[in-house]
Ligand binder design. Structure first.
Ligand code: NAG
Ligand code: NAG
Ligand code: NAG
Length: 248
């Protein structure tokens, strides 16, 4: 009996030091939320002067809430996602350069290398295929239409869009608009973010990030030198959800 007590203490000490090491590692590196960001190509292209010819929500990125550019030596190579390319071009198109892989390369380096700290996303194929999987599972475009939120010359209230998304997915989205590009008293629907926990279960997004990474999440576009100008939509301003213009 007398040996038992110190032995237990030793075990407890060993276990707790193992736990502390483990915990320490994760505290510094591990993200706790993934943000699946969709953008509306027509709004994007009205700001970036690309030629919008797509009128469905496309992927912008899958962003962990912690970390930017986590491994600069892990180069993007599209041959790792060869089988995904047809879906990538349709669901995650580079709106500025439709034939290039630069957008995916940019997203991989900035966000994918950080997401890859989790075993579930620790390869380019896992990262991009999971993003596509979540995008198709959400099917945001269809859900908005189902709630009669369709591109229109009439304006919406932000709450109509928020309520549609919340009532279907049962979580809060983060909705971003372009301000001042149409009229000062109207905002233009630009991005919709839906959040997941590390097990890929839906969870609430926060409207306003206060983390060290907030800047990276607000202005991420293909060209880091040109901030997108998207910011959280105002509750009390009409929302324009632009249809594809027949002229352009
Ligand atoms: C959109 O335009 C790009 C080039 O401008 C073209 O490659 C692509 O096929 C077009 N997509 C559709 C759906 O028309
Ligand atoms: C960074 O990526 C390289 C190339 O894939 C890999 O060998 C290395 O282990 C990675 N480093 C970290 C810290 O994950
Ligand atoms: C990409 O990967 C393929 C297949 O592993 C390889 O043959 C090719 O050299 C790689 N390209 C670059 C630019 O590293």
């Amino acid at each position: 009996m007398r040996l038992c007590a110190p032995l237990l203490l030793c075990l407890a000490a060993a276990l707790s030091s193992a736990f502390v090491t483990h915990h320490h590692h994760h505290q510094h590196n591990m993200w706790t939320k993934l943000i699946l960001t969709h953008h509306w190509p027509i709004t994007f292209c009205s700001m970036e002067h690309c030629k919008a010819n797509i009128s469905y929500w496309t992927l912008h990125g899958l962003w962990p809430d912690k970390g930017i550019d986590c491994n600069s030596s892990w180069h993007f190579n599209s041959s790792n996602i060869e089988d995904l390319l047809p879906d990538m071009r349709k669901s995650w198109p580079d709106l500025l350069k439709p034939m290039s892989v630069e957008f995916w390369k940019y997203e991989w380096h900035k966000h994918g290398t950080c997401a890859a700290r989790a075993d579930s996303l620790n390869s380019q194929h896992k990262y991009f295929s999971k993003a596509l999987e979540l995008y198709h599972k959400l099917d945001l475009d269809r859900i908005l239409r189902k709630f009669n939120i369709i591109p229109s010359e009439d304006y919406y209230k932000l709450s109509q869009i928020e309520d549609a998304i919340e009532s279907f997915y049962n979580v809060k989205p983060k909705i971003q608009c372009a301000h001042g590009s149409r009229r000062d008293d109207v905002q233009v629907l630009g991005q919709i973010e839906i959040c997941f926990d590390p097990d890929f279960t839906l969870m609430d997004c926060e409207k306003h990030f206060t983390t060290e990474m907030s800047k990276g999440h607000e202005d991420v576009l293909m060209d880091p030198e040109r901030p997108s100008g998207f910011s959280v939509c105002h509750d009390d301003m009409p929302v324009y959800y632009p249809p594809l213009s027949k002229k352009t």
